[in-house]
Ligand binder design. Structure first.
Ligand code: AHR
Length: 502
């Protein structure tokens, strides 16, 4: 039997402006993300620079706004100087984070070229693991300083006359993790990050900086790590990072779908920590959040150990996502939008092949994984203003998360104010959910479309042979009657209900 949930759509229930950078992603020198993913000279679809045009097309279709690069754990052992200048002179290196050989055939300048082709903004990470702030400030000078200095002239000699103008920079990666090359305590990292931030901004005062927060909410040092790091860096940085990968260890679908509530709690805790330091420092400045790694990740856990070390670009961490994973990604996107007043950047980790929405065969086809679709819808229709919904939903009980609403939802209103979108997940495994939305404030709007992603088999996947096993469909009987939106949300479904001004 179907149960009923209610929402209210009202402009005054404004959460905040959605920064376009909320729909970012991540490209790391890891597995086949770069080599065989975005860059594959000799592939039939490769352009003159060796970038796969079939992949670029899908990245454009996703309307990815921001891409973080070059890592990840990789960045903490990376010498950026290895990746610039003539390709034939670039060193092959032992890459310790992922136990592979790095050929350095792609580097900073090629990444910027790829960004320009794809229309995404670069988010560059610096190595604060095996290197110090000197290498970091040199990289800013190489990339952003116009000319007339050693590093800027080196860039020009490499054929890049105009500065790259990279605005957003990460001060290292997951420095709280013992697995990280150059792992540090919060005190150590806070000091180094502060000094790096100072000199990087002295080279280019227009840049924005992201300090490393915890690698996950399960770290023993969370959230004291954030507190200590911000104590050192508060006036020098603009964002603190968050990372989360949701897993499904026991195959319990309702619990897996509830895990986005933990993500919401994580965001709220980090906001509170930032604001506590703000008060302590009597600062006027508010630190924003950059959720610069988030996704579902569990299918490939353990596989990396089975891969022979010291290969070039082996197939590491290639999760094949099923239909339920797409719903969890949908819940995570809704969670990000619900916190859009403070989460200003977010990167779906990663973009191609490595825990990614886009898969490729080296030398062959590319296709859309199940998780591609919620990201596509959110990125296409989730821009503008985030609206909360005064949501009232029946709940189910979970031992870990307590009462969990069947309905997860948020709305967005575009900047022009003529397009309103409700994003909704029905977490119910057995029953459809009737959605009643009070839309009296939007009386001159009509239903444009109700898109849904649903499947009878929770474990259904898309593959190169069958790329359309899990794809969105349209529901036709959604309507507005007497100022009430009436929709049926199928059991286990992701829904995008779009209203347009008449
Ligand atoms: O995205 C894969 C890895 O996950 C990244 O390299 C690291 O930052 C995180 O632990």
């Amino acid at each position: 039997m179907s149960e009923k949930a209610t929402i209210v759509l009202n402009r005054n229930l404004r959460i905040g402006e959605i920064d376009p950078r909320l729909f970012g992603s991540f490209v790391e020198h890891l597995g086949r993300c770069v080599y065989g993913g975005i860059y594959e000279p000799g592939h039939p679809e490769a352009d003159a620079e060796g970038f796969r045009e079939d992949v670029i097309e899908l990245v454009k279709e996703l309307d990815v706004s921001l891409v973080r690069y070059p890592g990840g754990n990789f960045v903490s052992g990376y010498n950026w100087e290895d990746g610039v200048g003539p390709r034939e002179e670039r060193p092959r290196r032992v890459e310790l984070a992922w136990k592979v050989i790095e050929s350095n055939q792609m580097g900073t300048n090629e990444f910027i070229q790829w960004c320009r082709k794809t229309g995404v903004e670069p988010n560059m990470a610096v190595n604060l693991g095996s290197r110090d702030f000197d290498a970091a400030r040199n990289l800013v000078e190489y990339c952003n300083f116009p000319k007339g200095t050693y590093w800027s002239d080196l860039r020009r000699s490499h054929g890049h006359i105009e500065p790259h103008g990279i605005k957003l920079w990460c001060l290292g990666n997951e420095m709280d993790g013992p697995w990280q090359i150059g792992h540090q305590t919060a005190e150590e990292y806070g000091r180094i990050a502060c000094e790096a931030a100072k000199v990087m901004k002295w080279v280019d005062p227009t840049i924005e900086l992201v300090a490393c927060g915890s690698s996950s909410l399960e770290m023993p040092t969370y959230p004291q790590w954030e507190s200590t790091v911000l104590d050192h860096t508060y006036e020098h940085v603009d964002y603190i990072s968050l990372h989360i990968y949701l897993r499904n260890p026991d195959g319990n679908i309702p619990r897996f779908l509830a895990r986005s509530l933990g993500m919401d709690d994580y965001i709220k805790t980090v906001i509170a920590t930032c604001d506590q330091i703000k008060v302590k420092k009597r600062s006027d400045k508010t630190i924003m959040l950059s959720f610069d790694e988030w996704n579902v990740w569990y299918h490939s856990v353990g596989n990396t150990k089975k891969i022979e070390p010291w290969q070039v670009a082996p197939p590491q961490i290639e999760d094949i996502y099923n239909f339920i994973d797409a719903l969890v990604v949908g819940c995570m996107l809704i969670t990000l939008i619900k916190n859009a007043h403070r989460v200003k950047c977010a990167c779906l980790a990663q973009l191609v092949n490595v825990i990614a929405p886009i898969m490729t065969e080296t030398g062959g086809r590319c296709w859309r994984q199940t998780i591609y679709f919620p990201f596509y819808h959110a990125s296409r229709f989730g821009r503008g203003i985030a609206l909360s919904l005064n949501l009232n939903s029946p709940v189910y009980h979970d031992e870990e998360f307590g009462d969990v609403p069947w309905l997860e939802a948020v709305a967005t209103l575009n900047d022009a104010g003529d397009s309103l979108t409700v994003f909704a997940v029905n977490r119910n495994v057995e029953n459809d959910l009737l959605l009643e939305g009070e839309v009296r404030e939007f009386l001159n709007y009509k239903i444009e479309e109700h898109i849904t992603l649903t499947h009878d088999d929770p474990l259904a996947v898309n593959t190169a042979e069958y790329p359309e096993t899990v794809i969105p469909a349209v529901i036709l009987d959604t309507k507005i009657e007497d100022g009430i939106l009436l929709a049926k949300l199928p059991k286990l479904s992701w829904n995008v209900i779009r209203l347009k001004k008449i």
